[in-house]
Design a protein around this ligand. Structure first.
Ligand code: NAD
Length: 496
């Protein structure tokens, strides 16, 4: 990123795509309705975006189905789809500053994170699935000599994707990149808090050569556009990322409509377990602070429960508190900012109510806890640390989705595992210890989709990501994601 780049000046110049993208064209909602995109950076209205409802979703699904039936994408050779997706990845890289700015203005994350974190990962994701798709072979099953059994992967048809606002394009790319690579048509509903970057990427996809109707974007509310996609009779699969509560609704929508395949990437309450024998306590403290304050804690696998061995409680917590100072909320458009805004007023209120609840239930507020920068018109919360938390307390059980750390102490490894697993969620766990045997033993006992040991990095696009328990099912990232967007067909041939 160019240090001299003037993001504020660029923000004043930038234009927004505010219509739905259906059948290769930007169109208004049939109803003519729009909704205001209020920036959490300063409370300004950025754009009035098409508020799609059932009729628009129906148009998008019809366009997606027609494109699929015509075979203009699905029947292209994998090599051709690869070329187009790699071109799209290059266009995303070329326009990374603009896309990053759209995300920062839309949902308040620091521009450096958007540009160097999200946008790099989005381009990598699209490129990775493009690169992968012409290197996958199907199977021949073992049969008697007089038969041949082919097991082939086929695209499903129309895939609906409903995604959240915390990593707007990245969560979308984790769905649309493998779905498109496999030959499906896609109807994407971005979160109402962050539709702007997805609408711009739809345009870039067309420029890259994705045919009209293959990639559609329908901005709108969850209860209208999201529900219409979930209940549509001609959507073959629905890939969702968001809260557990809404994830459950998609199972209901499927059951009450056409039994479409549903995959769910939902909430989390990651335990970050720190043992006294941790080789590098400073690295562990940095992991703990980054783990809860990055993206203002609006991260599904945020390390929101710090489980620390009682022997090192005081020293460790003072290290984390010192690092928390780097996360004082500041202007998201300043490249030095490490923590920006909360996504909106609703989320801010929700997080503040959890902070109040933590105090009511007897936890000790050790750092922060307040709303700041109110004079900007935006929404900002200080890095907040609770100590003396018990796992039964609300702040240890519910997903806060804000910069709020709950600290719990333990004495033994068994106790740590018990605490870690005592949650309805099972997305991720982090573990810090010098004892490899202990680490492996604990990793096996943790009922989560990802365990990180002596780091907070769960790996890039090459490893699967997803949850156990009420964190959902199905996996994003890696070749395993393709399982969500393909069917297996058996063709059994008699050879006489
Ligand atoms: P959310 O569940 O409120 O919304 C997610 C999406 O669902 C949005 O597009 C929204 O418009 C739509 N939606 C909302 N209500 C709906 C309804 N009644 N019917 C149909 N669609 C509806 O979640 P959010 O607040 O946008 O995002 C935060 C949540 O996302 C957190 O719980 C977080 O853990 C989760 N998340 C999970 C992962 C993961 O990979 N597991 C990644 C990022 C975020």
């Amino acid at each position: 990123m160019n240090a001299a780049f003037d993001w504020r000046a660029e923000a004043a110049r930038i234009s927004f795509r505010d219509q739905a993208y259906i059948g290769g064209q930007f169109v208004d909602a049939v109803s003519g309705e729009t909704f205001d995109r209020v920036s959490p950076v300063d409370g300004a209205v950025l754009a009035r975006v098409a508020a799609c409802d059932k009729q628009d979703v129906d148009r998008a699904v019809t366009a997606a189905r027609a494109a699929f039936e015509k075979g203009i994408w699905a029947d292209q050779s994998p090599k051709n789809r690869k070329r187009v997706l790699i071109r799209l990845a290059e266009l995303i890289q070329k326009h990374a500053n603009e896309l990053a700015l759209l995300e920062t203005l839309d949902m308040g994350k620091p521009i450096a994170n958007a540009r160097n974190g999200d946008l790099r990962a989005v381009a990598e994701c699209v490129r990775w699935y493009g690169e992968a798709i012409d290197k996958l072979y199907d199977e021949i099953a073992p049969t008697p000599k007089n038969a041949l059994a082919l097991v082939t992967r086929e695209p499903l048809g129309v895939v609906g994707a409903v995604v959240p606002w915390n990593f707007p394009l990245l969560m979308a790319a984790w769905k649309f990149a493998p779905a498109l690579a496999a030959g499906n048509s896609v109807v994407l509903k971005p979160a109402e808090q962050s539709p702007l970057s997805a609408l711009r990427v739809a345009e870039l996809a067309a420029e890259a050569g994705v045919p009209p109707g293959v990639f559609n974007v329908v901005p709108g509310m969850g209860e209208t556009a999201g529900q219409a996609l979930g209940r549509h009779m001609d959507v073959d699969a629905l890939a969702f990322t968001g809260s557990t509560e809404v994830g459950k609704l998609f199972l209901k929508y499927s059951a009450e409509s056409n039994m479409k395949i549903v995959s769910l990437e939902c909430g989390g309450k990651t335990p970050n377990i720190v043992f006294a024998d941790t080789p590098d306590l400073d690295a562990a403290a940095k992991g703990a602070a980054d783990g809860i304050f990055y993206n203002s804690g609006q991260v599904c696998d945020a390390a929101s429960r710090l489980l620390v061995e009682d022997k090192i409680h005081d020293v460790f917590l003072s290290k984390v508190a010192a690092l928390a100072k780097n996360y004082q909320p500041s202007d998201p458009l300043d490249e030095k900012t490490q923590m920006g805004a909360m996504v909106d007023a609703t989320q801010t209120k929700r997080v503040l109510s959890y902070i109040a609840k933590g105090q009511e239930e007897g936890a000790t507020l050790a750092l922060g806890g307040g709303q700041v920068r109110k004079e900007t018109g935006g929404f900002y919360i200080e890095p907040t640390i609770f100590d003396h938390v018990e796992n039964r307390m609300t702040i240890a059980r519910e997903e806060i989705f804000g910069p709020v750390l709950s600290t719990i102490t333990f004495k033994t490894a068994d106790e740590a595992v018990k605490l870690a697993n005592d949650s309805k969620y099972g997305l991720e766990a982090n573990l810090w210890t010098n004892d490899l045997t202990k680490a492996h033993r604990i990793a096996r006992s943790l009922r989560v989709g990802t365990v990180t040991i002596n780091n907070r990095d769960g790996g890039g696009i090459e490893v699967p990501f997803g949850g156990y328990k009420q964190s959902g099912f199905g996996r994003d990232k890696s070749l395993h994601a393709l399982d969500k967007y393909t069917q297996l067909k058996t063709t059994y041939i008699s050879l006489g």
